[in-house]
Ligand binder design. Structure first.
Ligand code: ATP
Length: 132
């Protein structure tokens, strides 16, 4: 089966680099499945798990926004933060989720609500990728 190289990079480190059969992401305009030889593409991503299909198995990476660039046989995702399931601190994510939910319930300023919504999306994606 043909492959493409998937790289997920943050300002701090390379989180993932593998040859995979397919990449599924949530772009701002909807879900996108990328196979080898896809046409070149650049899109912003939503805060959501990225799925890498590899040898019949699905791997999930929590990717917190950023951009995806697709070239012939390479997908590069640049994000402010991203984690593999094994690196996710579940307790920290649960606490972040509760904090965000409390802030949303308090209905503070517009800015605080937007920040809490984004924090809630990050925490929810982390818990999903960690298998919670
Ligand atoms: P928190 O409120 O717990 O800090 P956050 O969503 O505000 O969560 P980020 O700003 O997205 O955190 O991330 C800051 C750094 O901490 C990044 O390097 C990110 O990978 C890491 N990080 C955040 N939450 C977790 C977690 N639950 N498990 C592992 N790493 C995490």
């Amino acid at each position: 089966m043909s492959t493409l190289r998937l790289e997920i990079v943050t300002p701090e480190r390379k989180v993932y680099e593998e040859d995979v059969n397919m990449v599924v992401v949530k772009g701002v305009a909807g879900e996108l499945g990328i196979l080898p030889n896809h046409i070149p593409l650049v899109t912003p991503l939503k805060i959501a798990p990225v799925k890498a299909k590899k040898d019949g198995k699905d791997e999930y990476i929590a990717v917190h926004g950023g951009f995806m660039e697709v070239r012939k046989d390479k997908v590069v995702i640049l994000a402010e933060a991203a984690e593999l399931g094994q690196d996710i601190d579940v307790i920290r994510a649960r606490e972040a989720k509760e904090r965000a939910e409390r802030r949303l319930a308090d209905r503070a300023s517009e800015l605080d609500i937007r920040r809490a919504e984004l924090a809630l999306q990050r925490a929810t994606s982390r818990l999903t990728v960690a298998g919670e």
